[in-house]
Write a protein that binds this ligand. Sequence first.
Ligand code: PRX
Length: 656
Amino acid sequence: MQHKITSFEQYTETYKRSIEQPEQFWMEIADSFEWRQTWDKVLDWNFKEPNVKWFLNGKLNITENCIDRHLESNGDKAAIIWESNDANEPNRTLTYNELHAEVCRFSNVLQNNGIEKGDRVCLYMPMIPELAIAVLACARVGAIHSVVFAGFSSQSLSDRINDSECKVLVTADGLYRGNKTVGLKEICDEALQSAPSIHKVIVYKRTGQDINMQLGRDVWWHSEMTKAAKEFEAVEMDSEDPLFILYTSGSTGKPKGVVHSCAGYMVYTYYTFLNVFQYEADDVFWCTADIGWITGHSYIVYGPLLNGATTVMFEGIPTYPDAGRFGATSDKLQVTKFYTAPTAIRSLMASGLDFVTPYKLDSLKVIGSVGEPINEEAWFWYHDHIGKEKCPVVDTWWQTETGGILISPIAFVTPTKPTFATLPLPGVQPVLVDAQGVELKENNVEGLLCMKFPWPGIIRTTYGDHERCRQAYFGTFDNLYFTGDGCRRDEDGYYRIIGRVDDVMNVSGHRLGTAEVENAINEHPFVIESAVVGYPHEIKGQGIYAFVIVDKQSIENGLVDTDPMQAEGAGVDNSLHLLNIAAFENEVRNIVSKIISPIAKPDKIQIVSGLPKTRSGKIMRRILRKIAERDVSNLGDITTLLDPGVVDEIKKGAGL
Ligand code: PRX
């Protein structure tokens, strides 16, 4: 823990050094790891192609740093504590020794099923220790893991499998989420009808439900594991070999596969976990994210294990069996550091203090927030009622593409300020620019957040399409990584993230592209065109508002299943049959669920006869956003629109 910053003076000094001598700075941190062979150059980079390489020609395996190196001194320490969806089911604990044995066994299983270095393995699993084991086993054999959040639909799953041509799929029969059971294997079976690259499916038995096992293709986790040895010599990887792919939404097209590489990601998640959360050896660290998202990759699995920490994995949801689940679990496991999302905080807030006051929460020392801007009310509620006014709130700003936290308070070190992610971590060089890319150097400004220098955890490419990576992140402004976020820097130089400035929505902390949702909506046979925007939502942060042009005649003819119970509150277009509209909206939501995920369902659907477009045919989302926000005081100049009249009609339709 010699790299731990423990005072603000030390932060200032370390930050300065990290900017003046970045290579020296990161090299000293990298030195503390186990390498098969050390690097011969620390950094090679340009943002033009882009080409970023850290610790060139270094050889290592990240799992030796996550597991093996802790065995001698800490083999019996808990690596993972698992909390079931069912609050009455006993916890499962895996010590570092046990984790080592399981990871080695599953590495053998992967190898026995044809997986070699560089192959892609898709993981579509519940939040059970086997997911972490599978992630680490992929890394140990040198395969590239692509975890797909188990809330995604079969189509999203097959799209992701196909994009990176995964050879093996690891899944479970089903999963528990609150009082629901989801048939994961069934979803996989559907996905596999159009995912020809998969030749083996390894199935963990979690729910025991009836499933179909295809002979020759599908094998059981438990029977493969009993056949496998509990030693596996980790495969030597180059620093820049890909470690994983994680799909995330952008402003255009289908989700892209963000690629992270072995050494830089390792150094960066280790360092940020250690510092932001001020890791101590007896910590019980609980990040409530799902490993299907980057937060789970970096701060449930890699960051904590690289530090030799005890990390909690939670299978369930914050409101099951009731909204007291976080408090109850935190007390039971004596959690010391807790990391969650604003949307979860707001949903607890809405449930009321009756679900908080029964719990002591006195083991907590640091509480963190991630994934979306945290509003002031939620910040104070979190600070006062969960942190009991004694825990620093670390509002951590980062992205799938950044690999780890970039801007955040360091607990106990950086004075916090509600709603501010505060200051850049060492090695991070943020700049704010205007729309032309001109740097705004002074304080008290608002601009577009960019980074002017690489940190070890930066995205390396988007899988199979490097040009897309260049365009999306490095093509907007010369020599800058553009985050897509708007940001304010105040008089103290503190950063406050405002939110996305591109066509990306953030719904309950889940990133969704407007184009992705529109494409799904357009699959409904009555839909001619649609435009989707985010709007402020009390719990979810952003809700989804869809403006849809439909073939009215089809709806009027009642070609949809009508359900009288759905009629209430149906659309506002009186020229259409209300019952039919309600049924239509239902169908649209179902289609989106099926194509993407239930998380992408539009909250509001408004049928319109046209969309505000420029003469070149571009949809003016700015106007739709204003209408969705119900703030039409300043719509800007609309005279240049193809059909300015449509704006009034949409306003009227929205009841404005
Ligand atoms: O808009 C920012 C928001 O989430 C986006 C990144 O989403 P994703 O790649 O899914 O990663 C989420 C978890 C790291 C960012 O562009 N965001 C993330 N953290 C914060 C945030 N917005 C405000 N404050 C944060 N702390």
